[in-house]
Ligand binder design. Structure first.
Ligand SMILES: [Zn+2]
Length: 675
């Protein structure tokens, strides 16, 4: 598609969503607000329009009008006008997940019920004269033809909105008669009392059916208005979401109010965006970042250093930034938020034209199983600056896999017949597979992993070690000074089987139960210092290789975060990548690197998250060395840092480019322009 044929929502967007409070309605000055969005380099606003409150005079029954709306003008119309005047697109926010108690009293059948038939009340204990809010049933008429559809109809008929966004569109467990009937019809069995026993696709299909009603209506009424829908990194079906939306958004929250023992993992924004980008031929996914360190602290902002690090991951991994704020700039008491949003958007605005249409250039793919094992691998890949894509099981098809040199299969992956066949095909064609944990005992897999038929899973081991075997062991790179590294957890006892198989690491069994590891040291000798129980087997198969690790490296990374486990992870993948990687960056722990290609140009994002989180200061990194493979026959014309604007010196040797970034504060995007 030619650039000028793109609609507005297929171009780079910088979204600002002021979440409005009804009691501050009189403080919203349309012209002033639109100008403030513009001044913060936003080009799109998300503004409350309908659902729990109508922010305009509505005629739809049971659609509660915000009682604080101005009487002398139409606030919604004026905000849209003021935004359009400044070339700011207007996305209407709807929230049909809850409704006021007066609606419940008249249409009780629209509301979600507990097993015992009670409605779900939100904020019942809240002091002050607020009406009660109750959760609506996703399968009920409120969220479809009775209220949601007429509201969409009314808004699309009367206002020049540019897009539609649903807050809280997801499934909430409900045992109302309607849900019970629907469940019975779908599965031929009663809706279980325990939500854990619901059919696995129940929640997702309820959401799909509901959104489908709204999507179908909106598309028939105003086909040019895109609809935006949430997806989740976990427990979701992104394919269902994509079917009923034009654009997708996700919200990696940095909830510091959980306490620092429960701090959200640093990679949440990165992975959330990567999952969204796994769907081909769709607009770039939105990464929504709320300005607060938790909704309980929504009236204050994230510590600025932490906030900037969190935000930077969205564009650096190829997402569109969407700022969610509590209130409009005039009611936001923490001005650090506005300063951070404005400064960050100005950086994104510089990078946007170069990133538009750029595609990630990753040699590694990670099977995204949405569990701790996949998280551990993602942590390790980001920690070692290895660019990677995530793939869902449905996406691991030969033509897609052919793009990658290495594929990681975390513990717990379901090896369907199709997946196992695709895996073998990938290796046969020259790919490198890294797999961990217990595989199913199936003949073709065992021969791919080069292990014999009888495998036993151990009890959890402690005080055990991994021993590197042999000279010049590729797994030991950077760890040559030690013969052992720490191990803990379960091991799959197996035997190597096959001529092409080499054992690169073995298990040193526990030298002592945990209660006596420390004392006395006189007894600390290893009773067995060397076994032939493999912990890493390298198999040559067809044109490719498989590194099978019969233990859980991802668990070690999740649990202990030791440098040697990160090094081992890189070495395991490095076997497949060889010496000439697309990208190499100085291995500062906490530095993230991503690589994109746009034609012959290359873009390298560097994001600095070094330091103990939540980050209180941005600790600058110095002299980051970057080595990059150039496209065949390309001639480099210029290399510069897009955000700081400074050019960079570089040298080219054959097809490799070398440069040094003198200083990185939080985020920089390097542009390598080639002829
Ligand atoms: Zn229901």
């Amino acid at each position: 598609m030619a650039a000028n044929a793109k609609t507005w929502w297929q171009k780079p967007l910088r979204v600002i969503q002021p979440n409005l409070q009804v009691r501050d309605t009189d403080r919203i000055d349309p012209e002033r607000l639109a100008q403030q969005i513009k001044d913060m380099s936003g080009n799109t606003i998300v503004f409350n329009v309908g659902g729990i409150y109508a922010w305009y005079p509505t005629q739809v029954a049971y659609h509660t009008e915000n009682e604080f709306l101005p009487k002398d003008f139409d606030l919604l119309e004026e905000v849209i006008r003021a935004c359009h005047k400044r070339d700011i697109r207007f996305i209407a926010r709807f929230d049909f997940s809850k409704a006021a108690d007066y609606v419940y009293l008249q249409r009780p059948q629209w509301f979600a019920r507990s097993r015992s038939g009670e409605p779900e009340i939100i904020g019942a204990k809240r002091p002050g004269d607020w009406s009660l809010l109750m959760s609506t049933c996703i399968n009920g008429a409120y969220r479809g033809e009775a209220v949601a559809v007429p509201v969409l109809d009314e808004v699309l008929s009367r206002y020049a909105i540019d897009g539609i966004f649903f807050n809280a569109p997801g499934y909430v467990p409900c045992w109302c008669e309607g849900c019970r009937r629907k469940y019975r019809a779908a599965y031929g069995t009663e809706l279980p009392d325990d939500k854990k026993e619901f059919a696995p696709d129940w929640a997702s299909s309820c959401m799909r059916d509901n959104i489908d009603i709204l999507y179908a209506f909106a598309k028939q009424k105003s086909p040019e208005v895109p609809m935006i829908l949430y997806y989740n990194l976990y427990r979701d079906n992104i394919f269902d979401r994509a079917k009923t939306a034009d654009m997708l958004c996700t919200e990696p929250q940095d909830i510091l109010s959980l306490g620092h023992h429960h701090i959200p993992e640093f990679w949440k924004p990165a992975l959330s965006i990567k999952l969204g980008r796994s769907l081909p031929d769709r607009p770039v996914p939105f990464g929504i970042v709320h300005s607060s360190p938790g909704m309980d602290w929504r009236h204050t902002g994230l510590p600025p250093a932490e906030y900037r690090f969190w935000l930077s991951q969205i564009p650096a991994h190829g997402g569109s930034i969407w700022h969610s704020l509590t209130g409009v700039p005039d009611t936001i008491g923490d001005k650090r938020i506005l300063e951070t949003v404005g400064a960050f958007n100005a950086q994104v605005e510089k990078v946007d034209p170069y990133m538009e249409g750029a595609e990630p250039l990753s040699e590694v793919a990670l099977m995204w199983t949405a569990d701790a094992s996949a998280e551990g691998w993602a942590d390790g890949l980001l920690g070692r600056q290895i660019p990677f894509d995530v793939l869902l099981a449905e996406q691991a098809v030969p033509e897609r896999l052919a793009r990658y040199k290495a594929l990681i299969v975390p513990e717990g992956m379901k090896y369907t017949e199709e997946f196992a066949a695709n895996l073998a095909g990938f290796v046969r064609q020259g790919g490198h597979v890294v797999a961990e944990g217990a595989p199913p005992e199936r003949k073709e897999l065992l021969s791919l992993f080069a292990i014999s038929g009888e495998i036993y899973e151990s009890e959890p081991l402690a005080a055990s070690y991994l021993r590197f075997e042999g000279q010049g062991n590729p797994l030991q790179k950077g760890l040559e000074q030690t013969e052992l590294i720490a191990h803990r957890g379960k091991v799959v006892y197996c035997r190597p089987d096959g001529a092409g198989c080499e054992v690169l690491a073995t298990l040193v069994p526990p030298f002592s139960p945990l209660e006596s590891v420390g004392a006395p040291p006189e007894r600390a000798s290893l009773p067995v210092s060397h076994t032939d129980l493999p912990l890493a087997l390298l198999n040559r198969y067809g044109q490719g290789t498989v590194l099978y690790m019969p233990f859980s490296l991802s668990h070690l990374i999740n649990e202990y975060k030791l440098g040697e486990h990160y090094q081992l992870l890189e070495n395991a993948i490095g076997i497949g990548l060889g010496e000439t990687r697309e990208l190499r960056v100085t291995g500062y722990h906490g530095l993230q690197a991503t690589l994109f290609a746009k034609g012959n140009n290359r873009l390298v994002h560097l994001v600095n998250g070094v330091g103990r989180r939540p980050l209180a200061t941005a600790i600058p990194l110095h002299d980051i060395e970057v080595e990059l493979r150039l496209p065949a026959d390309a001639k480099v014309t210029q290399v510069r840092q897009i955000i700081s604007g400074s050019p960079l010196e570089y040298r080219v040797e054959q097809d490799r480019l070398f440069l040094t970034v003198p200083r990185l504060d939080v985020w920089e995007c390097l542009l390598v322009e080639c002829d």
